[in-house]
Design a protein around this ligand. Structure first.
Ligand SMILES: Cc1cc2nc3c(=O)[nH]c(=O)nc-3n(C[C@H](O)[C@H](O)[C@H](O)COP(=O)(O)OP(=O)(O)OC[C@H]3O[C@@H](n4cnc5c(N)ncnc54)[C@H](O)[C@@H]3O)c2cc1C
Length: 383
């Protein structure tokens, strides 16, 4: 295994680290208060190439592979998680479908503009009755001439309010169960497609999750993504890729919390010594550092497997599960280490604590990851 990063990636990683620290972090409180990511940050992120992380070079992207992408995600994960989620959803589940399953015409049509950040991507699988039971879709796509007519409602869709290009799963043949689901590329503005209610959430301010409403929405046949009937398989592949990226962003957030803890424990004195001198505090730091190192190794191992074209269904589920749980445990300890300050909104630790919580739910809950892991184990051991 070789996780050595190319010099280009190392240099880009440093540039992104500086950009996040100097140009995004200072706006974190504003994003939190206004529930909006300032346009100047979005524009500068475009200039930095941050919208192009998943896109091959021939379509205007960085063409960096999964190890490189995780190295950059680690930096992006360090800042406000609303911003992290916007970039993560666009470069992950929002664009990977077109990169992996799109035909040449679709790639040429969408990817260059997505790489520039001129078109933002989103991924829409979840419906009110189809959360963990993701094959229980009610959104239908009925073929009529050279179009599909889509009816139904998706909910909780990240980037819905800002996205232009949606990878949407709909039922084309209800008699075939999971094999009757097809994925489509649906554009904002297509007739019969509108954005519905925007959710009020516990955290992730600045990242908006909303309903997608399809009422006799007309989608040209050429917007079928991949093969008819392969939509659920496509969704699993997109999610596996997305899950590895999410773990890398969770790694970055966890590292940021450790960095903040290390400053605090040396500055804050109680009983006339810096609190790092208290063994209970020092042990929490040791636990955090250990979990981060294990997560880092596992993240790059799975990313390396992805770049080698290996099947990572089990490993991506393990990584998603572990990365989310580590981030939550680290955030909990970081609040504890900061004492009352960890609970105060003027200081960022409480925000990471709230934002960490969603990572155990979206892109498949922790319980569903365990189901995937155990079903893969069953297959391996029945061979
Ligand atoms: C902020 C946010 C952003 C999101 N972004 C997107 C997006 O961009 N695109 C998208 O398609 N979806 C998105 N989602 C949806 C997300 O993926 C789902 O919320 C998630 O998969 C869980 O589905 P659910 O909410 O219906 O919970 P449920 O499926 O109702 O689950 C409730 C509980 O039951 C457990 N459970 C259910 N079934 C089982 C089982 N078989 N075994 C064990 N436990 C089980 C779950 O683990 C959970 O603890 C987002 C959600 C949120 C909140």
């Amino acid at each position: 295994m070789d996780f050595q990063l190319d010099e280009d990636i190392v240099s880009l990683k440093h540039n992104i680290r500086d950009f996040i620290k100097n140009e995004v972090d200072p706006f974190a409180m504003q994003i939190e208060d206004e529930d909006h990511i300032p346009n100047e940050i979005i524009e500068k992120s475009k200039e930095m190439g941050l919208f192009s992380l998943s896109i091959p070079e021939e379509y205007g992207g960085l063409g960096i592979g999964m190890v490189g992408k995780c190295a950059l995600y680690e930096e992006i994960g360090k800042t406000h998680n609303g911003y992290t989620t916007l970039i993560g959803a666009h470069t992950g589940i929002g664009s990977v479908g077109i990169v992996e399953m799109g035909n040449e015409e679709q790639k040429r049509k969408y990817l260059p503009a997505m790489a520039r950040g001129d078109l933002i991507g989103a991924f829409a699988l979840t419906e009110p009755q189809a959360g963990s039971h993701a094959t229980n879709l009610k959104t239908t796509a009925v073929k009529k001439g050279n179009k599909y007519i889509i009816n139904g409602t998706k909910h909780y869709i990240t980037n819905a309010t800002v996205a232009d290009v949606f990878t949407v799963m709909a039922v084309t043949d209800a008699s075939k169960g999971a094999k009757g689901i097809t994925s489509f590329i649906i554009e904002r503005g297509m007739p019969g497609f509108k954005i519905g209610a925007v959710e009020r959430k516990m955290g992730l301010r600045g990242s908006h999750s909303a309903e997608l409403v399809f009422e006799d929405c007309e989608v040209p046949e050429e917007n079928v993504l991949g093969e008819v009937g392969q939509g659920y398989v496509n969704a699993l592949k997109i999610l596996a890729n997305g899950r590895a990226g999410l773990a890398a962003r969770n790694l970055g957030s966890s590292q940021k919390l450790l960095d903040m803890c290390m400053v605090h424990v040396q500055e804050r004195e109680q009983f006339n010594v810096p609190i790092i001198e208290h063994q209970a505090v020092a042990h929490m730091l040791a636990d955090i550092a250990l979990e981060i190192e294990v997560l880092r190794s596992f993240t790059y191992r799975v990313a390396w497997m992805v770049d080698r074209g290996e099947k990572v269904i089990k490993e991506a589920a393990m990584l998603k599960l572990f990365g989310s749980e580590v981030y939550n445990r680290v955030a909990d300890k970081a609040v504890q280490i900061h004492g009352g300050l960890g609970y105060i909104k003027d200081f960022p630790v409480e925000r990471y604590y709230r934002d960490a919580r969603i990572t155990r739910i979206y892109e498949g809950t922790s319980e569903i990851q365990k189901n995937i892991i155990s079903s893969q184990l069953r297959k391996e051991y029945s061979k």
